[in-house]
Write a protein that binds this ligand. Structure first.
Ligand code: NDP
Length: 478
């Protein structure tokens, strides 16, 4: 038990000025949708309506693609890299200046703790723009030929788990390489993308270089199937990724897909247990487990199983769940009622299939969408909770005896996005990393992101890389 109770430490909402309703950001201006449809975006922590947002139909998507094409042909593709870089640097600096406002807005609309949006999401957004600004005038040294050519107009569809960060992962490399974009944020988290549209205005970005069309899946479909798009970049579920791959197959569109995951976080008996437990917690309870590369399968070497589990339970009992805007909060709200229903359903399946469910004592707020940090033990590889992406704060624990068994179990998944290895032996880290079929392997850490490092998957986790020199390829005609 803590010696003292925490005093509330709420971040002020006053730094955010929300409009009652938002139009679509097309050709440098906000405009209403052609058919006048709109939807509401709510705070998942309180269910309070935050704003009304325009639902873009096919005619709006067409307007946005036309604006992006015009901007590509007449402005953006004519600018030398060093001029494009200036805009990207400007955007990065404005993001830094507005960091507090953007962090509060992200936590309001998404439900994630302010500590995470403030210390992880927004600094990484700025870092992505700074990094790609640095590339814009050096593209001939990126390894894609002496004068790599942009593709044209990119149609980009992003999910709700890291709304502004996923926008940065998509828009920064696209612009650095000379493309223009039309981006659709997720239906439940459109507000920071709209704030980003205002940042583009403030940075005097030429009209049409960035266009933001809000809406649901239908808007996304209209965007990725639009014949005026040269490149599709998608992050989201494997199911929708497959639909997009099918829809784009008969076209010349270049496609990158960043889809789901079911990562193994592997703890060997020689790992420092306290450090590993922090990594396990960060691996699955960061961002309520709404992380495609989350360490949702814990593989513990049998000899240290009891010790690791006891330590993990003690640590989980100290996690604070509640108001995302309180700076002491570790676990925020589940992003939507639909996602909460999915997490509940799979957790019930876990119990029905015979795994043991445990959560620390924790009071859930009455309003909003909440799920306690949950650990399943006695999980076998056949259990659905060991195979399917839950995308919530739910950890499935399995054991292993030998390194070969750990590799076998870790790779026994249709996904291949990430993995974690905890051991004090460097040789074991390298041995494991060369055998794990995962785009990213973290060693004695987890969920660390950096714009210089490529990120992406194998198998059903998708194809293409984002970030680093490798990520530029997706936006070149190579
Ligand atoms: P989706 O894949 O449905 O959504 C991702 C984005 O694609 C959203 O902007 C969505 O719009 C849009 N979209 C939906 N249908 C289409 C379509 N046919 N064509 C083009 N765009 C489309 O993910 P969900 O939000 O439904 O989440 C479901 C599951 O996906 C989660 O439980 C999780 O397992 C996984 N997921 C994985 C993510 C990852 O980072 N890998 C991220 C998010 C989810 P809209 O939001 O408006 O429906």
């Amino acid at each position: 038990m803590p010696k003292f109770e925490y005093a509330p430490a709420p971040e002020s909402r006053a730094v955010v000025s929300l409009r009652e309703s938002y139009g679509l950001f097309i050709n440098g201006e906000f405009s209403p949708g052609v058919d006048g449809r709109a939807f509401k975006t709510i705070s998942p922590a309180t269910e309070e309506v935050l704003a009304e947002v325009t639902e873009a139909g096919p005619a709006d998507v067409d307007r946005a693609v036309t604006a992006a094409r015009k901007a590509y042909e007449h402005t953006w593709s004519q600018l030398p890299g060093k001029e494009r870089a200036k805009y990207l640097f400007r955007i990065a600096r404005i993001v830094q200046e507005k960091a507090r406002e953007l962090a509060v807005l992200e936590s309001l609309d998404n439900g994630k703790p302010i500590r995470e949006s403030r210390d992880v999401d927004i600094p990484l957004v700025a870092a992505h723009f700074f990094y790609h600004a640095g590339w814009a005038d050096k593209l001939e040294y990126a390894g894609y030929g002496p004068a790599p050519r942009a593709l044209g107009v990119a149609g980009q569809v992003i999910p709700w788990n890291f709304p502004l960060l996923m926008l940065a992962w998509k828009i920064a490399p696209a612009l650095a390489c000379g493309n223009t974009v039309v981006l659709k944020p997720a239906e439940t988290t459109p507000l920071t993308a709209l704030a980003f549209a205002e940042i583009c205005q403030q940075a005097d970005l030429p009209p049409g270089v960035v266009n933001i069309v809000t809406g649901a899946g239908e808007t996304g479909r209209a965007l990725v199937t639009h014949p005026g798009i040269d490149k599709v970049a998608f992050t989201g579920s494997t199911e929708v990724g497959i639909q997009i791959a099918r829809a784009c197959a008969p076209s010349r569109k270049k496609v990158t897909l960043e889809l789901g995951g079911k990562a193994a976080n592997i703890v060997f008996e020689d790992a420092p247990v306290d450090q590993a437990v922090e990594g396990i917690v960060n691996g699955i309870f960061f961002n309520q487990g709404h992380v495609c590369c989350a360490g949702s399968r814990l593989l513990v070497q049998e000899s240290v199983y009891s010790e690791v589990l006891a330590s993990l339970r003690r640590r989980l009992a100290t996690l604070r769940l509640g108001d995302p805007l309180d700076k002491n909060t570790d676990v925020g709200a589940i992003n939507s009622a639909a996602q909460l229903a999915k997490i509940r359903e799979l957790s019930e399946v876990g119990e029905a299939e015979g795994a043991q469910r445990w959560s620390p004592p924790c009071e859930l707020p009455v309003k909003g969408f909440w799920f306690p940090p949950t650990v399943f033990t006695g999980v076998s590889q056949a259990h659905r909770i060991a195979r399917e992406e839950i995308f919530g704060p739910v950890l499935s624990v399995l054991t292993f005896r030998t390194p070969a068994e750990a590799v076998e179990k870790a790779n026994n998944t249709p996904y291949g996005l990430s993995a974690g290895v905890w051991t004090e032996k460097g040789s074991m880290i390298l041995w494991m990393a060369s055998r794990l079929r995962a785009g990213v392997v973290w060693a004695n850490t987890f969920n660390k992101f950096d714009p210089t490092s490529p990120f992406g998957g194998y198998k059903e986790s998708g194809y293409g890389r984002e970030g680093g020199r490798h990520g530029l390829e997706a936006y070149f005609d190579v």
